[in-house]
Design a protein around this ligand. Structure first.
Ligand SMILES: *[C@@H]1O[C@H](CO)[C@@H](O)[C@H](O)[C@H]1NC(C)=O
Ligand SMILES: *[C@@H]1O[C@H](CO)[C@@H](O)[C@H](O)[C@H]1NC(C)=O
Ligand SMILES: *[C@@H]1O[C@H](CO)[C@@H](O)[C@H](O)[C@H]1NC(C)=O
Ligand SMILES: *[C@@H]1O[C@H](CO)[C@@H](O)[C@H](O)[C@H]1NC(C)=O
Ligand SMILES: *[C@@H]1O[C@H](CO)[C@@H](O)[C@H](O)[C@H]1NC(C)=O
Ligand SMILES: *[C@@H]1O[C@H](CO)[C@@H](O)[C@H](O)[C@H]1NC(C)=O
Ligand SMILES: *[C@@H]1O[C@H](CO)[C@@H](O)[C@H](O)[C@H]1NC(C)=O
Ligand SMILES: *[C@@H]1O[C@H](CO)[C@@H](O)[C@H](O)[C@H]1NC(C)=O
Ligand SMILES: CC(=O)N[C@H]1CO[C@H](CO)[C@@H](O)[C@@H]1O
Length: 775
């Protein structure tokens, strides 16, 4: 073992030495994207082989002979799209990008799992069952959902196949075996499982790379959680150690699951995700769910983003792609996965929350939020101190207040309840908790507005999280007495919590930094404290209550958890409307979403302001009403090709992507993007001195053939919105009708103006949300 390791180090050293001269000469993994695959399904095997040898030839034409070990494909894309990933130097990559047939060449990016901010990740096994309106009747369904994630824990009761019919004959996928995963781990519920070599430590030896130890088994919990949220079977009496007790079930209990393990705990290689998408399309999935994305700080344009590329080809083959929007909120422009052919999902809270109550020495109680297995009781009080009161020697009070690592005095803190603040967000609440727990303190109270809506799982350590108002109450109490004391009670759940849903604080916000002429996010779904299946393993000391076995169910938060709710809802719609295309299903879910909460008030964000469409999209999903949307907006591949023209890509590349002789409209420009037949409207710039801007839409009637709809506009004062015609009459043979919406901003306030256009026929409310940026 030792010698090869040493050699490996040596070779890295050599690389580094040669690199000091020209850093662009260090080979690293790149994705080479070459548009649509030319193969059609019948001759696929032959085509794939000839494509592979062509791609190898291409590599050998640019890689020097002396480094021929790099003439190898890490991943080869040949099913829906064409291209490969390989180890290239920067200059080789740039040489390739000029090559005929090559659409884009970009360094293989590392993408992140969209569970709540990475620090809560894993540890945050918070728990909750789906909202009531998420319980659909059981329908026999052959819808296949591909989950691209960290793999799957097949023994979870959520993937039991009792009562589920034969595997659909069109399924062409496989159940890969691994050292801890057998073919028999797949069943009629979990019909497929693949894994990929997750360590891109590729040494050019293809055989060795293929042999790398791997398995579709989930060791992280993220993939198991998302898969069971989308399509978990009904499991009675599921809970997280008694919390969130009830029947656990996915959005579409009868849908089938295929797991594609493309990620580890550290993230996901973009090249691998692209391979997984290509495989999933070939295998025959109907919907792909991806709770993963690029960092919002390092977002690239659509043709340098593996998810956008893969999703484009999926859409082209009639496969829907649902993605999480990211957890980088509440800042604007923090959203990712915003291509118009992606269904982009943000997260909301649900009507249940978890409270860990603080009882002060004066018997006053204060509600905090957290999940803990605290063994403290009301009858015993503990000294209550501020972090700075128990600071270690020579430690600035500012650090101890924040409970920084190393800032607390163990002797002073032991046995006390320590209050920590969050003046600075660099130290996460998880770290603070570990710091305080380490001192043998009796418990911890965190005062922090951020993430208060996301109950933190503190395991067995008594912990609670409060906001500034409650914080002030506690500080006043401390000032009022010589010996302040307190205790933290075990967590209790608060059902039917109101108001809900609320936009989750962490959820990424629009507008998209790539184009503001498509409204993003699309839609909102539950993503806070969601109970679903996890990996039954203890993740860190204290995460499992003493005397208990690790739980098969866990509570997690993130847009990662919101995404599979929409995937499940889409599968539900697809099981009823079997022939509906992805854009029809998306439109049905968007135009029927609700903009009201459970106290019948407009939805809010967690600062209690009405939330706008850049925070929540068109609103919270309402899957039952989406079954019967009345009208739908169909967006087809031609619309997306035009979008690519308007965005500014070359016609040559767009032809490679479509494998047709498609021509870009001659007067392509970015503002025409608003005219794509999308189920919402966004205008990046509306000059108040310009003529009314006219947007065109076409709706398809999927209700009674004889329906007549009337337009109803809600617009902010000063923005003049006119719909022409404002009555749409359908009849037998008249299924599609077009109309225009004009926006005139002379008197409107500057900045984004939001409103809705609703088509009403007495039965259906078809909401189209609009966002218009007045300058
Ligand atoms: C690649 O790895 C395989 C299996 O470890 C080994 O048998 C083979 O000799 C290697 N080939 C090269 C070119 O190193
Ligand atoms: C439900 O689970 C709890 C513990 O998780 C257990 O005490 C209880 O007996 C179970 N109830 C049923 C009906 O199985
Ligand atoms: C909520 O919305 C208001 C008004 O748009 C905004 O000022 C505030 O920052 C938002 N709060 C959060 C947490 O996003
Ligand atoms: C609570 O449990 C911890 C061990 O996790 C133990 O050290 C402590 O004494 C217990 N406290 C009470 C009040 O039982
Ligand atoms: C508590 O007392 C300190 C010092 O006496 C003062 O700075 C602080 O503002 C007081 N806090 C509250 C909440 O009254
Ligand atoms: C190319 O486009 C023309 C019309 O623009 C069409 O008639 C022709 O069939 C197309 N050819 C191919 C190969 O798609
Ligand atoms: C773009 O050009 C086409 C003809 O090529 C024309 O029909 C269309 O109205 C033009 N659109 C705009 C916005 O100028
Ligand atoms: C439309 O047709 C449905 C049945 O096809 C019928 O029940 C309904 O009364 C009709 N509505 C109108 C306005 O004609
Ligand atoms: C959320 C949670 O698990 N709360 C637990 C806190 O600890 C007490 C005592 O161990 C349990 O009874 C609660 O269920």
């Amino acid at each position: 073992m030792e010698a090869p390791k040493f050699l490996h180090l040596l070779s890295i050293a050599c690389l580094l030495i040669s690199a000091t001269a020209t850093s662009d000469q260090i080979p690293k993994p790149y994705v080479v994207y070459m548009g649509s695959s030319s193969s059609n399904n019948l001759e696929f095997e032959i085509d794939s082989q000839s494509a592979e040898s062509y791609h190898l030839q291409l590599l050998s034409s640019i890689i020097p002979r002396s480094e021929s070990e790099r003439i190898a494909l890490i991943h080869h894309y040949s099913h829906a799209l064409s291209g490969f990933s390989a180890m290239l130097t920067e200059s080789e990559a740039s040489a390739l990008s000029g090559h005929d047939g090559v659409v884009s060449v970009f360094p293989d990016p590392i993408l992140q799992l969209h569970t709540t901010r990475s620090w809560d990740f894993l540890e945050s096994n918070l728990g909750m069952k789906p909202r009531d309106n998420f319980r659909y009747q059981h329908l026999a369904s052959d819808v296949i959902i591909g989950i691209i994630d960290t793999g799957i824990w097949p023994e979870s009761p959520s993937f039991n196949d009792v009562g589920i019919g034969k595997i659909p004959p069109r399924w062409k996928g496989i159940c890969m075996e691994g050292h801890d995963f057998k073919k028999s781990n797949c069943n009629r519920k979990l019909i497929g499982a693949r894994y990929y070599n997750l360590q891109p430590a590729f040494d050019g030896n293809k055989t060795r790379a293929a042999e790398a130890k791997g398995s579709p088994r989930d060791n992280v919990g993220h993939g198991t959680h998302t898969a069971s949220t989308a399509a978990g079977t009904r499991v009675k009496n599921a809970s997280y150690y008694g919390l969130a007790q009830g029947t656990a079930r996915g959005g579409s209990t009868s849908a089938r699951v295929a797991a594609y393990k493309a990620c580890s705990q550290d993230g996901c290689s973009g090249a691998t995700i692209l391979k997984a998408i290509d495989d999933a399309i070939k295998d025959g999935v109907d919907i792909i769910s991806i709770s993963i994305g690029l960092s919002s700080l390092f977002q690239s344009d659509f043709l340098n983003d593996p998810i956008a590329i893969g999703a484009f080809h999926a859409e082209k083959k009639g496969v829907m792609v649902v993605c999480s929007a990211g957890n980088d909120g509440p800042d604007p422009y923090s959203i990712v996965n915003t291509a118009p052919w992606i269904f982009t999902v943000v997260a909301s809270t649900i009507d249940r929350t978890f409270q860990s109550t603080i009882v002060l020495g004066n018997r006053k109680t204060i509600q905090g939020s957290a999940i803990n297995f605290s063994n403290l009781t009301r009858s015993k009080m503990y000294p209550l101190v501020l972090g700075e009161d128990v600071a270690a020697k020579f430690t600035p009070a500012s650090e101890a207040r924040n409970c920084y690592p190393g800032s607390l005095d163990y002797q002073k803190a032991a046995g006390k309840i320590v209050i920590c603040v969050a003046d600075d967000t660099t130290v996460s609440r998880r770290i603070k908790k570990l710091v305080v727990e380490d001192t043998k303190a009796a418990g911890m109270i965190l005062i922090d507005m951020d993430n208060k809506d996301v109950p933190f799982d503190a395991g067995v350590f008594p912990f609670t999280h409060i906001g500034g108002v409650e914080g002030t109450q506690i500080l006043k109490y401390i000032n009022s007495t010589r010996n302040p004391t307190a205790t933290i009670l075990p967590t209790s759940q608060v059902p039917r919590y109101k108001p809900a849903p609320i936009v989750a604080s962490f959820s990424s916000r629009g507008p998209s930094s790539l184009t503001e002429n498509i409204l993003k996010p699309d839609i909102m779904a539950p993503g806070t404290a969601i109970l679903a299946a996890v990996v039954p393993k203890s993740t860190e000391p204290g995460s499992v209550p003493i005397g208990k076995k690790p739980s098969f169910y866990g509570i997690k938060s993130g847009t990662s958890m919101a995404c599979p709710h929409v995937t499940g809802a889409a599968a539900f719609i697809k099981s009823v409307h079997k022939r509906w295309s992805p854009s029809k299903i998306k439109s049905a879910l968007m135009t029927t979403a609700t903009m009201y909460n459970n106290i019948r008030k407009p939805l809010t964000n967690n600062s209690n302001y009405f939330s706008n469409p850049q925070e929540m999209g068109v609103g919270e999903i309402s899957p039952q009403s989406a079954l019967n949307p009345g009208l739908i907006f169909e967006t087809d591949v031609t619309d997306y090709l035009q979008f690519l023209c308007y965005y500014g890509y070359s016609q040559k590349n767009i032809r490679y992507m479509s494998k047709t002789n498609f021509s870009c409209p001659r007067n392509s420009s970015e503002d025409l993007i608003s005219n794509i037949n999308y189920p919402s409207i966004s205008i990046e710039t509306l000059n108040r001195h310009q003529k009314p801007k006219v947007i065109r839409r076409t709706v398809t009637n999927v209700g009674f053939p004889n329906s007549t709809y009337t337009a109803n506009v809600h617009a902010p004062a000063g923005l003049v919105v006119k719909v022409f015609p404002n009555k749409l009459a359908f009849a037998e043979g008249v299924e599609k009708v077009s109309y225009t919406v004009s926006f005139y901003a002379k008197e409107a306030k500057s900045g984004y103006n939001f409103g809705t256009l609703t088509w009403l026929d007495g039965k259906h409310h078809v909401h189209t949300v609009f966002a218009v940026n007045v300058k």
